[in-house]
Design a binder for this molecule. Structure first.
Ligand code: GDP
Length: 228
């Protein structure tokens, strides 16, 4: 009998960033090659996650990509969201300075919840709105370099840069075997498990918000129910 093929490498990616920067839209564009008109998009909040298979550098990769499901609107993201992530996609909107200025807060949250070796990419989304750009490319590039992050500009609307974003992160993860070569990759830092993160100053009530869910169970559901 021929030897069984190697099982795919499981990779968990997270999308984070302020509300309305286009996280769900990027996920939909990448996984379903779909774009919902702006007026319909609000109905998609709560995409949660998608499973996607890819061949990268000769290896089979099974990606699970998680969306915040709108948790950030409540100014809190539960620490369990971060658990086991190997790649983080930090999204801002190039036409909104405020969403770019929020990135340091998201980075400080990452410092608390994920290991340093986790691959990060900053995505300046909505480049199709060049006419109302508020964040110059060079400024964002410089910031990304300072934060040890990859950088790309993209548009979920036109699909520019979307595939590249995901491929780029996964390639860097594959180049870092410590992230996927062990049974429990990139666990969040110890002691962080029961805390609730607060990316923006202000109130937070992790226990009652709709996004406070058992991601482990959902991930199993994704494994079982994937039709890809
Ligand atoms: P999220 O809250 O970060 O998940 O953002 P959504 O994906 O729900 O998008 C928020 C709004 O921005 C929606 O009206 C989207 O249609 C719009 N949007 C998302 N991506 C783009 C983009 O690349 N270009 C433009 N012009 N609008 C976008």
């Amino acid at each position: 009998m021929p030897p069984a093929p190697d099982p795919p490498i499981n990779v968990k990616l997270l999308l984070i960033g302020n509300s309305s920067v286009g996280k769900s839209s990027l996920l939909l564009r990448f996984s379903d090659e779909q774009w919902l008109p702006e007026d319909e998009a609000s109905a998609t909040i709560g995409v949660d996650f998608r499973v996607h298979k890819m061949d990268v550098k000769g290896k089979k990769v099974k990606l699970s990509i998680w969306d915040t499901a709108g948790q950030e609107r409540f100014r809190t993201i539960t620490s369990s969201y971060y658990r086991g992530a190997q790649g983080i996609i930090l999204v801002y909107d190039v036409s909104s300075r405020e969403t770019f200025d929020a990135l340091p807060r998201w980075f400080s949250e990452l410092e608390t919840y994920v290991s340093e070796s986790v691959v990060k990419i900053i995505v300046g989304n909505k480049v199709d709105k060049e006419y109302s750009r508020q964040v110059p490319t060079a400024e964002a590039e410089k910031f990304a370099e300072r934060m040890g992050s990859l950088f790309v500009e993209a548009s979920a609307k036109t699909a520019v840069g979307v595939r590249e974003t995901f491929r780029n992160v996964v390639e860097h993860i594959i180049d870092t075997p410590e992230l996927w070569g062990t049974a429990s990759p990139a666990e969040g830092k110890r002691g962080a498990k029961t805390k609730t993160a607060t990316p923006a100053s202000g109130r937070g009530s992790g226990g009652t918000m709709p996004g406070n869910i058992d991601l482990g169970a959902q991930e199993q559901a994704a494994d079982g129910g994937c039709s890809c």
